[in-house]
Structure formats: C-alpha cells, structure tokens
Design a protein around this ligand. Sequence first.
Ligand SMILES: C[S@@+](CC[C@H](N)C(=O)[O-])C[C@H]1O[C@@H](n2cnc3c(N)ncnc32)[C@H](O)[C@@H]1O
Length: 310
Amino acid sequence: MREGAFTGYLAAPGFLPDLLAELNFEGAAGAGHLVFGDLVFARKARPAAWAQNVWLDARLMPAPSIGQGAKALKDIQRNWWPHPVRHARRCALMAEKLPKVSARAQVFGQPAPGAPLGSFTLWDEQTLIAAPACTSPYPDGQVRFEEDRESAPSRAYLKLWEAFTLLGVRPGPGELCLDLGSSPGGWTWVLASLGARVFSVDKAGLDPRISAMSGVEHCIGSGFGLDPKIAGGPGARVDWLCSDMACYPARLYELVTRWLEADACRNFVCTLKCQGETDHASIQAFAEIPGSRVMHLAHNKHELTWALIR
Ligand SMILES: C[S@@+](CC[C@H](N)C(=O)[O-])C[C@H]1O[C@@H](n2cnc3c(N)ncnc32)[C@H](O)[C@@H]1O
C-alpha cells in the first residue's frame, strides 16, 4: 500500500469475482489494484455495481495503540464502522472507544440516514485504512428494515423497499405502475400500499389477499407480451415499470429499450437476474443507459437492480 488517497470497493457478500471482473482487475494484486479480504483497493473511484459499499478518499493512518487509533478516527468525524479483515479483536476494541453508531432498523417511508458514516479496517497491527466518506449510509452497505411479516406474501418486497429508500423516491398515490413478474405479490403489495394503481403481470397468480387490494389489476401472461405503444400509449403513459421477472438480462434489456424508445414510461426499477454465469456485457449495457444506475441491494442475491428515475 502506498501513501495518498485511494478507493476501497467492498464486494457484495459472495461476489468478489464479479466485482473484480466488473472493474477489469485480474487476480489478487495487479498494477492498479490490491485485494484485501473482501475489499478491493484501487486509485480511482468509479461506479461499481457489485460493490456493496465504496470507500471514498481512503487513506493509511498510523495507529500505534488502540486509543491513538480511535482518537485519530474521532478527530476526523463522529461516525465510523469497523470492517475487520485482519486483527479483528483489535478492530473491535478500537470501535468500542468510538461513539456508538445507531443500530436502529430502517423504517420504510422514512429517509435513509443523512449523517456521514466512515469505514475503517486495520491493514496491520499499527496501521489503519480509514475512509471518512462511503457511498452507502448503512454499515457495510447493509440496510436492515423493520419488516412487515404479516402483510407481504413474499420477502421480495424488501428489494423494492430498499430501492425506493436508496433512490429517495417512490410512486405516489394514483400513479400507474406496471409490475412484471409479480407473483406472489410482494412488489404489488408495496406499490398498492403506496396508493398507486398497479397493473400486475405474471404467468402465475397473485396471493388472493394482494389481488383483492384496492387499485390492483392482475393479468396472467408474459411481461414480454405487452406492447409499450398500446400499454403505455397516448394518455396512458406509465409512471413506473417495475420488473422482478425471472429472465435473462439481455432479454430484459430489449424490453426496456422498447419502452424507452416508445417513451411509454417515466421511471424504471428492474431486477437483473444473473442466472448461471454473470452476463457482464448486458449489465454494462444497462449501466450505460443515460441517467440510470445499477446497484447491488443488500436484499439482492445473485442479481442486481437497475433504476432510471426521471
Ligand atoms: C422472483 S419471482 C417475483 C417475486 C415478486 N416480485 C414478489 O414480490 O412477490 C419471479 C417471477 O417472474 C415470473 N416470470 C418469469 N417469466 C415471466 C414472464 N415472461 N412474464 C411474467 N412473469 C414472468 C415468475 O412466474 C415468477 O413469479
């Protein structure tokens, strides 16, 4: 490790190889990078979908003792989250000397935390790697919600809660939402609970409690069968196209392109499901859609979420 500021990419749990492939890095160390546990350090900061969190402006700092390390961190700012790779016990003791970071679960509908949350790790016993700013306001990028275990028919609703919370926007009452690949109805439940009108499409049926919700219309069929020129045609522009369909990203890209070209929908939130080998080329194609972003949500497994908000 050399002096000066650098960037740390924390891999989404289990997806370090995907992160390295996305960043075009090969092996544990190269001319431009170094792998340290589940972190990849590099000079430049760039968007990385497979990173659960990105450590910005990371630097090496001397920490001759636990107390001195904690003081050096506190001198920079209040909130720090430890991410031990080596010397876990020493890292934990240092964290004990720092102000407590709130462990409260996120309530859906409330804004994401606004206070900066830094991350640190011990490079060796007496040297810290510390990043005062990170791309996620949550510890290691892991948002934990106060869940609703009664109403939602599947845990998939947590993905949509997380996407809306991170994006800072969500459908308003009366807005028209398409929910493609909606069964058993977790996403439809989220959208209808917000007061939106939901046109829900799946080859399978919805949980009857969800199809009975006000504003929900369900159609058995394929999301690929909808013609944007008709479904989102004049006077019927769709406000949100949400897709959690089990399908290849390349096929979903074609669908999204058709909706964009027809100017038939304003906002999009789509899960890119990596069935088998990760299709980096299609993910890159999504990332290149102007104004959009691709992210790995804490509630995503081997999949990413693409969002375009306008
Ligand atoms: C992960 S599940 C969706 C879960 C749902 N979002 C929820 O919150 O409950 C994926 C769904 O995609 C549906 N699916 C797969 N291919 C589809 C297609 N061509 N059109 C519509 N739905 C499709 C499957 O039937 C399945 O219900």
